[in-house]
Design a protein around this ligand. Sequence first.
Ligand SMILES: Nc1ncnc2c1ncn2[C@@H]1O[C@H](COP(=O)(O)OP(=O)(O)OP(=O)(O)O)[C@@H](O)[C@H]1O
Length: 238
Amino acid sequence: MILEVRDLRKEFTGVVAVDGVSFAVREGGSLAVVGESGSGKTTCARIVTGLEKATSGTVELRGSVQMVFQDPYQSLDRRQTVRGCLDEVLAHHRKDRSRTAELLDLVGLDRALGDALPRHLSGGQRQRVAIARALAAEPRLLVLDEAVAALDVSIQAQILNLLVDARAATGVAYLFITHDLSVVRHVCEDVVVMSRGKVVEAGPVARVLGAPEHEYTRRLVASVPRAGWTPTRAVSRD
Ligand SMILES: Nc1ncnc2c1ncn2[C@@H]1O[C@H](COP(=O)(O)OP(=O)(O)OP(=O)(O)O)[C@@H](O)[C@H]1O
């Protein structure tokens, strides 16, 4: 296992955000953590990457970790070109700078965009830069927190395909935080379902989403729009 999380608990003032959560990610594997807003997914991700300290429990990480956030515009330096951004990470991790072009290829960015600033790029291109920057450090685990949630659906699909290809090419493992089950089906092998800070169900994606055992998972699966779904029917719910 590249990552083993055991009995994680996180209390904020008056709130138990994470309550006895355990999961593991295989070397080169891809695990999704799903659940409604407020279920504790992001808190788990932040603890794994060291951005937050657990109240109790253990995180065993064998290898380096990098994180990709929802909004690449916030996380990229606005004054730095794409090449400057990647060169900086490569230099910091004592990697060969000639890898910049290789990284651009890996994330499907035209090498000519190396000289571009973030404001010259589309949302999808920016997220490609953020992924290239994370991969530049050659992490063994990438934590992606709603990494495609801010993008148009067609761009989401491109980024998800890129993530599938990048994992195959590099052997990096993914911990994918998302509320979107189509994302889970596209990129993940295993899934952990969280509700109110607890894991309610876990296992291979095909089994958990195909034949959910827990009522909460069933509701989550049922609430996802499918082919034939008509928006007008959902409007009346509110
Ligand atoms: N820094 C904080 N201080 C106080 N409470 C927090 C803090 N961070 C998270 N929480 C609370 O912890 C609970 C879990 O939040 P968390 O962000 O982990 O859930 P989530 O499943 O990732 O939701 P979302 O998808 O909306 O980010 C929520 O009740 C949230 O309000």
